[in-house]
Design a protein around this ligand. Structure first.
Ligand code: XLS
Ligand code: CA
Ligand code: CA
Length: 437
């Protein structure tokens, strides 16, 4: 315990009136909400890349954060220190899960073989720390976007040698995830897209992507990996057009290639807004398809058009998210991964705690409100009434497939006009607000 000496272990819960910045106001891990504890509902997770590896650097400026674990010694020494700092951070925060990319936890070597050895070595040490602390891996993934070889795509590279390298990298990342008991494995295709049609064969690239996923599915079966595969949609950035644009596009792709049974989606709030959707829209589309697997809990900025990956603070948005999650009976093996980074000007390690406390409190509050709304059943009642006309008569006949256009035409010619009923949007919005107190 060396990197966060000023932080209590674990961060206490002090309740809504506390003014202590190093205490939870809403997140009370053992508190029962319905049949599960808050910790079991939310399954919070820390993102290794932002929290432990983030430096504050941006396109206009050098790193702004000096982390004690990021300096001194060889790249492998630094990787070991970072791993120690991670487990200290997780224990002090009182969070059970973390997520990583292969290149977050272990440095790339001079050759691919050396990169693989580095990863195997650090993963072995992570396993010991997990055992010691009870901390678990929510998901692992491979970084298929940082290395310049992936500049024109990884699975969808026009160069077969690059696609093969990406496949090899994913194979080891899945092995390591399995070895660490990872509960999911994520595919995020930041470079799986294109910049210009002048050099791109979309059909070929989509066939490649499907083949890549199929090989992963086969491999998963081969080694008996029981974690859930997740695809994380994002419309753009770094690619101009990304093939996994949003939930609906990704589901369509999986259906087209017969892959639906093997994947669920990891929905990120900021990616939803970049796609021109709300966070809850993406969650609802995934959930309606039975494919909402996990969540990257963060937010964008209304006024900035890129992936700012900020910590979530919007109780309203968290309430909507938790309503969808509760209605589908939870996230299963998934969780809320805070794929979020502190701002460049938040330069202290304490800021990392404040940020996660805020995110966890926001979702804890969203959970409590959503649970109350659902338990009261008012919204459900309204929804049932709104579609009630399909329970009998022509509505039932249409949905049962017992009538077609000609039958309906005969009937409608002699019928009275439909009676309009109000959608009651404002009343429902007020109702939601009445629960946020
Ligand atoms: C980037 C993505 C990435 C994935 C994991 O925008 O959010 O961090 O979550 O590769
Ligand atoms: Ca993400
Ligand atoms: Ca993101």
């Amino acid at each position: 315990m060396a990197y966060f000496p000023d932080v209590p272990s674990p961060i206490p819960f002090e309740g809504r009136d506390s003014k202590n910045p190093l205490a939870f106001k809403w997140y009370d891990k053992g508190r029962k909400v319905g049949t599960k504890t808050m910790a079991d509902h939310l399954r919070c997770s820390v993102a290794y890349w932002h929290t432990m590896k983030g430096s504050g650097a941006d396109m206009f400026g050098a790193p702004s954060m000096q982390r004690a674990w990021s300096n001194g010694g060889s790249p492998m020494d630094i990787a070991r220190k970072t791993l120690d700092a991670t487990f200290e951070f997780l224990q002090k925060l009182g969070v059970t899960y973390y997520c990583f990319h292969d290149r977050d936890i272990a440095p790339a070597g001079a050759t691919f073989a050396e990169s693989c050895r580095n990863l195997e070595a650090i993963a072995g040490e992570a396993k010991l720390l997990q055992k010691e602390t009870g901390i678990r891996l929510l998901w692992g993934t491979a970084n298929l976007f940082g290395d310049p070889i992936y500049g024109q795509g990884a699975a969808t590279s026009p160069n077969a040698a690059v696609m093969a390298r990406a496949a090899a990298q994913v194979k080891l990342a899945i092995d390591v995830t399995q070895m660490l008991g990872g509960e999911n494995y994520v595919f995020w295709g930041g470079r799986e897209g294109y910049e210009t049609l002048l050099n791109t064969d979309i059909r070929h690239e989509q066939d490649q992507m499907a083949r890549f996923f199929r090989m992963a599915v086969d491999y998963k079966k081969q080694i008996g990996f029981t974690g859930q595969f997740l695809i994380e949609p994002k419309p753009a950035e770094p690619s101009k057009h990304q093939y996994d644009f949003d939930a609906a596009t990704t589901l369509g792709f999986l259906r087209a290639y017969g892959l639906t049974d093997h994947f669920k989606l990891n929905i990120e709030a900021n990616h939803a807004t970049l796609a021109g959707h709300t966070f809850e829209h993406e969650l609802a589309v995934a959930s309606a398809a039975g494919a909402l697997g996990s969540v990257d809990a963060n937010r964008g900025d209304l006024l900035l058009g890129w992936d700012t990956d900020q910590f979530p603070t919007d109780v309203y948005s968290a309430t909507f998210a938790m309503m969808i999650i509760l209605q589908q009976g939870g996230l299963g093996t998934g969780g809320l991964n805070f794929d979020a980074k502190v701002r460049r000007s938040s330069t202290d390690t304490l800021d990392l705690f404040h940020a996660h406390i805020g995110g966890m409190d926001t979702f804890a509050r969203g959970l409590l409100i959503a649970h109350e709304i659902i338990s009261d059943g008012v919204l459900a009642q309204h929804l049932a009434n709104r579609y009630a006309s399909f329970a009998s008569g022509i509505g039932k006949d249409i949905m049962d497939g017992t009538v077609g256009l000609a039958d309906i035409y005969q009937r409608e010619r002699e019928s009275q006009d439909p009676v309009l009923t109000s959608g009651r949007q404002e009343m429902l919005e007020n109702l939601i607000n009445s629960y946020i107190r």
